[in-house]
Design a protein around this ligand. Structure first.
Ligand SMILES: Cc1ncc(COP(=O)(O)O)c(C=O)c1O
Length: 468
């Protein structure tokens, strides 16, 4: 990523200082890697030393609202803008507050792995997905008829479906090949050819909660020289860390569980150092994908997160593990209640043995560090479920309209429980055929469980179901 520049003595001196700063950062990273998940969530890379020496002892990370960084002299500016020293330049590219969120997420997503990670935060989950896929959908030759495609699970959030199908496939000719049975590795394999740039899966999916074996999928991708990108929004790193299972890049909508207070939209792209790709580039894309995207295409396309949002997200992130634990335990109780209710036709929750993906979830979703509390790793299955009710689409609307506490909202991962009917909201625009392909019938409600007591959530659900 370095750009050519004159090496004056002044620039050389700034580069030396920059090297020392980078060494100190490496030491902080190494120290934090010795810490447990909760400690990393609370502190990230913001150290006491940094607080005392540079931030007047502020316990909380400083909020830098400044759009740009001032430099000591022309040499420092030149070294900074050619990316030869650590710098944040301009808040569209980087910022000291977003930096702390990026490092906390990179460390959490890499937790327990013996590899290095880096992260870039973005203005939304959708822009994280766009930022993650865009660098692969580029021309590799001068041939004007060159084709490119990518292979994706059809069980993705409605917005992702639109981005892939409409913005990429229909508008730009970047062909998306949808996989219907995501546990069938042969179906994935049959759709890959020399022009395939990456595999993409949302695991577990929203709202279908589909899961497949990440390691198997990563091995398939790598055998074709391409990366696996996983949207792990629903699980969060508290339950599943796909990079450890071989994925190259993870994307998150931070707007969900990671920012569970519901006060912000944000996204993140986290990659392992040294991804597999068949797109060659001399700018460090393979070596450090997230940093490459952040400092080059991200600089030019501008999907950056506001520093204020980064601080709000950091605040929510600090208690991620305990919230995911509580929300998961309550969800299990609620799912069992729904499964036994006579007006409920089916319940889709990964924690129910009746769920077709339960055995995969049992293998791959554990509350991080639960072995320290319980002696063995303990399964937790997250906050998201869907269920179908008697009475078709009208029955679903009647249930939804009767809630007095559970909010009617196209939202999930909140500290407050929320519900929606996907067919009339998140999955409305993709049409009936695509909804059928994604397994989203008219009488399905999606329910995201918050931090309320399970008894009160069940009372509201009973009220809704009695109305059918
Ligand atoms: C799994 C998943 N990925 C991505 C997104 C998009 O995130 P955002 O709303 O932050 O753009 C969502 C939004 O619901 C989602 O559920």
């Amino acid at each position: 990523m370095l750009m050519p520049t004159n090496h004056t003595d002044g620039i050389a001196a700034h580069i030396e200082t920059g090297k020392r700063l980078l060494e100190e950062r490496e030491e902080s990273i190494a120290r934090m890697k010795q810490c447990r998940f909760d400690t990393i969530s609370v502190h990230g890379l913001y150290t006491m030393q940094e607080a005392l020496s540079a931030n007047q002892g502020s316990i909380i990370e400083p909020l830098y609202l400044s759009t740009s960084q001032g430099y000591a002299d022309a040499d420092q500016m030149e070294a900074a803008l050619s990316y030869q020293i650590p710098t944040w330049c301009y808040a569209r590219i980087a910022n000291p507050t977003t930096y702390y969120l990026e490092w906390a997420l990179a460390l959490l997503e890499g937790y327990g792995g013996d590899f290095e990670t880096s992260a870039m935060v973005t203005s939304s989950g959708m822009s994280a997905i766009m930022s993650a896929i865009d660098p692969f959908l580029v021309k590799r030759t001068q041939d004007p008829s060159e084709q490119m495609n990518f292979v994706a699970s059809c069980h993705v959030y409605g917005g992702t479906f639109q981005q892939f199908q409409v913005r990429r496939n229909d508008e730009r000719g970047h062909s998306v090949r949808w996989v219907k049975e995501i546990t069938e590795i042969d179906e994935w394999a049959s759709l890959i050819d020399d022009e395939t740039r990456f595999l993409y899966a949302e695991l577990p999916s929203n709202p279908g909660l589909k899961l497949c074996d990440i390691e198997q999928l990563a091995n398939l991708a790598h055998s074709h020289g391409i990366p696996l990108i996983v949207d792990a929004t629903v699980a969060t790193p508290a339950l599943m860390r796909p990079l450890q299972q071989g994925a190259d890049i993870v994307v998150h909508s931070l707007s969900k569980t990671i920012c569970s207070s519901g006060m912000g939209i944000g996204g993140a792209l986290i990659s392992r150092k040294g991804i597999v790709t068949n797109v060659e580039n001399d700018n460090g894309m393979r070596e450090d994908f997230a940093s490459y995207v952040k400092f080059l295409p991200g600089r030019d396309n501008g999907p950056s997160m506001s520093p204020f949002q980064a601080l709000m997200t950091l605040n929510d992130l600090r208690t991620l593990r305990s919230k995911v634990d509580t929300m998961s335990r309550t969800s299990q109780t609620v799912a069992e209640f729904l499964e036994a209710h006579p007006r409920v036709e089916s319940v889709n929750y990964l924690g129910l043995p009746s769920n077709p993906s339960h055995h995969i979830a049992k293998r791959s979703m554990h509350l991080v560090d639960s072995d320290l509390e319980y002696g063995v790793p303990v399964n937790r299955y997250g906050h998201l479920m869907s269920f179908t009710v008697e009475g078709g689409g009208d029955g679903a609307k009647s249930v939804l309209d009767s809630f007095e506490m559970i909010f009617r909202a196209t939202d999930l991962g909140r500290i407050k429980s929320v519900a929606t009917i996907p067919a009339i909201s998140t999955h409305q625009q993709q049409g009936e055929a695509a909804r059928l392909m994604a397994g989203v019938p008219d009488n399905m409600l999606r329910l995201s469980i918050g931090g309320e007591h399970p008894e009160d959530i069940i009372k509201d659900l009973e009220r809704g179901l009695d109305s059918i």
